[in-house]
Design a protein around this ligand. Structure first.
Ligand code: SF4
Length: 355
């Protein structure tokens, strides 16, 4: 346990958490909506500090991150708890777990996590994933700060429901994000996740403005967010606000947790893929085994750059532009995205692809 950051005592004497847009005011002994940040003896406490529920060396594509060192391995850790309450949660065993007495969580110091990352051959860094990483804010700050100082990459897979100040303080230590954009209507967020859309959009704007690498995941659920008109609005917003080279993953829903609706028809995902591809260069289909929507092609000449079969990733038509990471060159500036890759065939830089 550790004293939390981002809370204060209000004029009315209530302790208010400022980490996420719920702004919970738990009374003494109670936790906020997330269930893992608790008011104890007048302080807000992070109960998941150093508590890890899952540790795996994953293909980076599994996060999913398709444009951040494709084909690499990343040490992935998760804890428990979530500040959303999604009826369709695909990881409900850990997101809704009760902290007290959970037999499977284990303590890892930041040094131990970083050492595990360094010791594993081919591992590029550490990803905070599985449950909502924001719930362990103080811990991921410690781990990512140490990992960054050792030259490792860091990534965060998040619902994006975090307040701007804590997000901005974390930015220097997290290299890549995958953010869920679950739907493009506030009604959906309120009714199905107990949260709001606007803060998630703000998170994406902040990441864009900060020049961070980020990719977006949209889980398509029949009957809940499958209106093509609203989906088109979302794609238009992504292209207009975040850029046409933003990476969008369309993920197939399967019944889980409280939702029993049948799995998303693959035809619907293909239709949405076609809609998105009219505005965005990089659209991928996840949680399904279709050959379409897996590979990366050159936005300029259409050449196959990266071939993916399951989690088998093979760069075929892409070459490294050595030594230009974090350095914006003229031609890349025009696309407003970082790139360390170029097409072997037409030689143009590939926007928003780090290899
Ligand atoms: S982090 Fe938890 S306690 Fe804090 S405002 Fe969000 S849900 Fe409430």
């Amino acid at each position: 346990m550790k004293t939390a950051q981002f809370y204060h005592t209000r004029d009315d004497g209530k302790l208010e958490c400022l980490l996420c847009p719920h702004f919970c005011t738990p009374s003494e002994g109670k936790s906020g909506k997330c269930g893992v940040r608790r008011h104890i003896n007048g302080e807000m406490i992070s109960e998941t500090y150093q508590k890890v529920s899952a540790v795996h060396y994953d293909p980076i594509e599994k996060k999913p991150l398709y444009h951040f060192y494709p084909g690499s391995t990343i040490l992935s850790i998760g804890s428990i708890g979530c500040n959303l309450n999604c009826s369709f949660c695909q990881n409900c065993d850990i997101s809704t777990a009760d902290f007290s007495g959970s037999p499977w969580h284990k303590d890892y110091s930041a040094e131990e996590v970083v050492t595990m990352g360094i010791d594993y051959p081919g591992n590029i860094g550490i990803a905070f994933t599985y449950n909502e990483p924001t719930m362990s804010y103080e811990y991921i700050m410690e781990v990512s700060r140490l990992a960054s100082s050792m030259g490792m990459k860091t990534a965060m897979v998040s619902n994006g429901f975090i307040n701007p100040d804590p997000l901005i303080q974390l930015l220097p230590f997290i290299d890549a994000y995958n953010v869920d954009l679950k739907a493009f209507r506030d009604k959906f967020y309120i009714e199905n996740t107990d949260s709001r859309l606007a803060p998630v959009m703000e998170t994406l704007r902040i990441l864009k403005e900060a020049g961070k690498h980020f990719e977006i995941t949209n889980l398509v659920i029949p009957g809940l967010n499958d209106d093509p008109r609203i989906f088109s609005e979302m794609v238009d917003w992504i292209a207009g606000e975040l850029g046409e080279y933003t990476v969008l993953h369309l993920s197939r829903y399967f019944p889980h947790h409280k939702l029993t609706t049948k799995a998303t028809p693959t035809g619907l995902l293909q239709d949405f893929y076609n809609i998105a591809r009219k505005k965005l260069h990089y659209v991928y289909l996840g949680n399904m085994s279709l050959s379409e929507g897996q590979n990366t092609t050159c936005p300029n000449c259409g050449e196959l750059l990266i071939r993916r079969t399951g989690y088998n990733t093979k760069p075929v038509g892409v070459a490294s532009r050595n030594g230009i990471e974090n350095k914006i060159e003229n031609e890349v500036q025009q696309t407003d995205n970082k790139s360390t890759a170029k097409c072997k065939k037409c030689e143009t830089p590939i926007p928003n692809l780090l290899i």
